[in-house]
Design a binder for this molecule. Structure first.
Ligand code: C5P
Length: 299
């Protein structure tokens, strides 16, 4: 659980409240096996170690994960916002929070939720034994939501990971690899995979509804499909959000904004399991991955 010396850990979630998280708050989140909504399994020694941040971790620059989860997720069809859709009985957002919290590097997880669903999200996290994950209101765009999550972080956080709730199954190794690369000095790090499809750049159709002319076929060997969490030195991400601001409208990831600052972004290996749950078929795949994990890992 989050720890804070002499501080009230649980944040308010009402609009207009100060959403900053108290400095010194440390979180260790129950694993899926500890979740009362799942069949309880004995904790592995590794999982037990994650509950209490080690002295080594305490000596590292403090790392927080911001999870923007304030989108509507219309591509999955009508109904519940995407982050609250269930995967094998547990909301996608809960999987995403656990994925971040299980990484050794991460000591604080902050969720950015739709303004109108703050209480619902707070209750949902409570129900899944995640009572000390701060929830802050999001904005109109993903970029706004990330900026608001970033603004809520305590001053002592030096490394920020931004992770889409829509990638609930990212393995802890990927999270730690991203944070580790930032800790080693890279100001901006993205996990990514080579692309298997050949990609074409197209122009607008010559007439409405007509075929799109192909403009270019980039060399596939130099292309990467980028995932999250994306990791940043806090100052770099804050500068991108402050300076690129509105000009960055339409940016689909944070690293893209940092690139516009002229700062070097580097890539570390991602994971097939970190795929984005966007369309109905992705839900089927995600549930299959979870079922396999439960068979092989016990949770
Ligand atoms: O729409 P897209 O799939 O790119 O969204 C990526 C992530 O950004 C999702 O986790 C979504 O909930 C979040 N988001 C947000 N605030 C918005 C729009 C999207 O937090 N206004």
């Amino acid at each position: 659980m989050c720890r804070a010396t002499g501080q009230q850990v649980r944040p308010a979630v009402t609009e207009g409240a100060d959403h900053r998280v108290p400095p010194g708050t440390l979180c260790a989140i129950p694993t899926a096996a500890e979740d009362t909504n799942l069949n309880a399994q004995p904790m592995s020694p590794d999982a037990a170690a994650l509950r209490a941040p080690s002295e080594q971790a305490a000596a590292d620059p403090r790392t927080a994960a911001v999870i923007p989860a304030a989108g509507r997720g219309v591509r999955l069809g009508p109904g519940t916002p995407k982050a609250l859709r269930s995967l094998n009985g547990t909301p996608m957002l809960v999987h995403a929070v656990r994925a971040m919290a299980q990484a050794r590097a991460v000591s604080l997880v902050v969720v950015v939720a739709p303004r109108e669903s703050l209480s619902a999200v707070r209750n949902l996290l409570d129900e899944h034994s995640l009572p000390e994950v701060p929830v802050v209101p999001g904005g109109e765009t993903r970029q706004d939501s990330v900026r608001l999550g970033l603004a809520a972080l305590p001053d002592d956080v030096e490394i920020v990971l931004v992770h889409d709730a829509a990638r609930p199954l990212v393995p802890a190794e990927v999270v730690d690899a991203v944070a580790g690369a930032v800790r080693d000095g890279a100001p901006a790090v993205v996990p990514a995979l080579p692309v298997s499809d050949t990609v074409k750049r197209v122009a607008a159709p010559l007439q409405t509804g007509g075929p799109e002319p192909v403009v270019e076929t980039p060399d596939r060997s130099r292309l990467r499909a980028v995932q999250t969490p994306q990791g940043f030195a806090r100052a770099t991400l804050a500068a991108a959000h402050a300076r690129i601001g509105r000009e960055g409208e339409g940016a689909t990831d944070d690293a893209g904004m940092v690139e516009r600052l002229g700062v070097q972004v580097v890539v570390v290996p991602g994971s097939e399991q970190a795929f984005k749950v966007t369309r109905p078929l992705d839900l089927v795949l995600a549930e299959a991955v979870l079922a396999r994990r439960r068979r092989t890992d016990g949770f």
